[in-house]
Design a protein around this ligand. Structure first.
Ligand SMILES: [Zn+2]
Length: 331
């Protein structure tokens, strides 16, 4: 794709990104694809039977994979109301923001938080294994809600911008990505998981959450939709040995976060950052936030949608492996 054509394509990106209704739908279908892949993989196992006990009539892993996003709009039943009340920070459970330059996730590093994606994923695994108490589960997440969250986090942790954060400083008068470790606080600004990297009226985070997934679906199965895309992935992408985490499952979310960092680096490689602008923050505080316009390098789109195929395949595989580790076959 030449530069001129990629500009035109980006105008299309921008047009789609400003419509929240469209944004919501496509975001859901990435999670649903992962739920469908995991269901297929655990079919007939004890894990499938235990999952079924926690789900309600009509629910599947694909259906509940979007529960954690739906509650961001507010409660819709006693269970979601209770969760929101006890977990006021729940929108921040979906991501961590560790510098994309690092090799591994470590608690306490820049961008990690006690209520970040990795910590909440670990907490939910402990709850499902029956290894939690009031101290380790201070917000009283139930085993059923822990399953709903795990079914969702399996997708978030494969999205490079939900894990690897970008930090930007002025270097010789121009904005550049920098490694914040060792730099004084206040000398750099977060790109907010690429939410502050603007392409037209949209941003690069939404491009990856939604548009790249939609385009990957259309490329593989002719139309956007989780079912046909999950079928394509199951038939065409074989799990790789490197997808398996090592050791006890309590350490898997941190390992999985580390495994997406190379993609968080690649997804920012070659971006041309425009000058920083201060704009009203859509979710204050603070009242203002920094944004940068970015120009994407040629071939960015193809590499992004290639990556989506693999990330969703890996997310489905890892969710199934986790559920089978929590509920192994009886010996
Ligand atoms: Zn999420």
């Amino acid at each position: 794709m030449n530069r001129f054509f990629s500009r035109i394509a980006l105008l299309g990106v921008a047009a789609l990104c400003v419509c929240p209704a469209i944004a919501w739908g496509w975001g859901s279908e990435g999670h649903e694809t992962i739920g469908m892949l995991a269901e297929r993989q655990i079919a007939g196992t004890r894990a499938a039977a235990e999952v079924r006990k926690l789900l309600r009539f009509g629910e599947t892993l694909a259906v509940v994979s979007t529960w954690a996003d739906r509650v961001k709009r507010g409660g819709f039943d006693a269970e979601s109301d209770d969760f929101i009340l006890r977990n006021p920070a729940h929108p921040s459970y979906h991501y961590t923001d560790i510098p994309f330059q690092v090799a591994d996730y470590r608690a306490g590093m820049v961008g990690a938080r006690p209520s970040d994606l990795v910590h909440l994923y670990e907490r939910c695994i402990a709850i499902l294994r029956g290894r939690s108490d009031a101290k380790s589960n201070p917000t009283a997440i139930t085993p059923r809600v822990a399953l709903l969250l795990v079914a969702h986090f399996a997708g978030d942790i494969e999205q490079p911008f939900h894990v690897g954060g970008g930090y930007i400083a002025e270097v010789e008068g121009a904005p550049r990505f920098v490694d914040p470790r060792g730099r004084p606080r206040g000398s750099y600004r977060s790109d907010i998981g690429a939410n502050a990297l603007m392409i037209g009226a949209g941003n690069l985070h939404y491009y990856w959450d939604i548009l790249a997934v939609q385009r990957a679906m259309v490329r593989r199965s002719g139309a956007p939709g989780a079912r046909a895309y999950a079928d394509w992935i199951a038939a065409n992408i074989k799990p790789q040995a490197a997808w398996d985490a090592k050791g006890d499952a309590s350490s898997w979310p941190a390992q999985w976060a580390g495994s997406v960092l190379p993609l968080a680096r690649e997804a920012r490689a070659g971006l041309q950052l425009g000058p920083r602008v201060e704009v009203p923050n859509p979710s204050p505080p603070p009242i203002y936030r920094s944004e940068w316009t970015v120009a994407l390098p040629p071939d960015y789109e193809r590499r992004a949608i290639d990556a989506v195929d693999l990330q969703l395949a890996r997310g489905g595989y890892r969710l199934a492996r986790l559920l089978q580790d929590i509920w192994p076959e009886a010996r």
